[in-house]
Design a binder for this molecule. Structure first.
Ligand code: DC
Length: 230
């Protein structure tokens, strides 16, 4: 059977299950998984550690030239984010990064640099990419576009559990506040704000089990892969 390679673009709010779904779907399809949120997190980590002044455009663009982000699959088949050759997978999930990342991702130069890398990573297709602007800006012609949302409390519980799994104890209140603040910044920023592309399929993950969610996305992807290229 002749299956064409496609781009699966998954956008949506923080902590809706985008990354876990994207990861699993990419495994089933044998596609590469690209977590664009991790890229913005890696930039944020670099800016924090190097004390880059976010309001100084020259400093920001000089710093961006020093940043190289890549992904590698580890021995447990998990994708890890690398910043300048070092794995930062754990560090970028910490609250100090979560608290800054939305602000960093409003900076135009940061977005231009990341979008360019993301387009390069997806040029050959055969990728599942998740983020906020994949279907609207990075790959507006992606063959399959999904937009995920979920109830705010469900999202906060899920994110708290994720943090606990990484041995980080954070109050539910603080997690909730961080998610709400990120929603606010992500949806109202001037540069490529989070919004559903006109041709994206809306998925509400509040009452759907993880396996059901993955099956549904895989089914939609295979349907697209079976269609002849136009
Ligand atoms: O998916 P995440 O929660 O790890 O993303 C972290 C932040 O990065 C999110 O609050 C907004 C930003 N982001 C973005 O602006 N554009 C993307 N394509 C992905 C993430």
């Amino acid at each position: 059977m002749n299956l064409r390679k496609i781009v699966v673009a998954i956008d949506g709010y923080s902590a809706c299950g985008k990354s876990s779904t994207a990861k699993e779907v990419s495994k089933v399809l044998g596609y590469r998984y690209i977590d664009t949120g991790a890229m913005y997190r890696a930039v944020t980590l670099y800016f924090l550690d190097q004390h880059i002044a976010l309001t100084n455009p020259k400093e920001v663009s000089k710093a961006l030239e020093q940043i190289h982000i890549s992904f590698k699959v580890n021995s447990k088949s998990k994708t890890e984010t690398y910043l300048n050759g070092l794995s930062v997978e754990n560090e970028i999930r910490k609250m100090r990064v979560s608290e800054m990342v939305s602000q960093v991702s409003t900076i135009k130069d940061v977005r231009v640099a990341m979008v360019e890398q993301q387009r390069r990573m997806g040029r050959e297709k055969g990728v599942v990419m998740d983020g906020r602007d994949i279907g609207t800006v990075v790959f507006p012609h992606a063959e399959l576009k999904l937009f995920m949302k979920a109830d705010i409390l469900v999202r906060a519980f899920r994110r708290q559990k994720e943090l606990l799994d990484r041995d980080q104890m954070v109050d539910l209140d603080d997690v909730l506040e961080n998610i709400l603040e990120r929603d606010r910044i992500d949806t109202t920023r001037a540069e490529s704000p989070l919004r559903q592309a006109a041709d994206a399929i809306l998925i509400d993950t509040t009452h759907v089990s993880f396996d059901e969610q993955v099956d549904e996305v895989v089914r939609m992807a295979i349907a697209k892969m079976l269609q002849p290229a136009v």
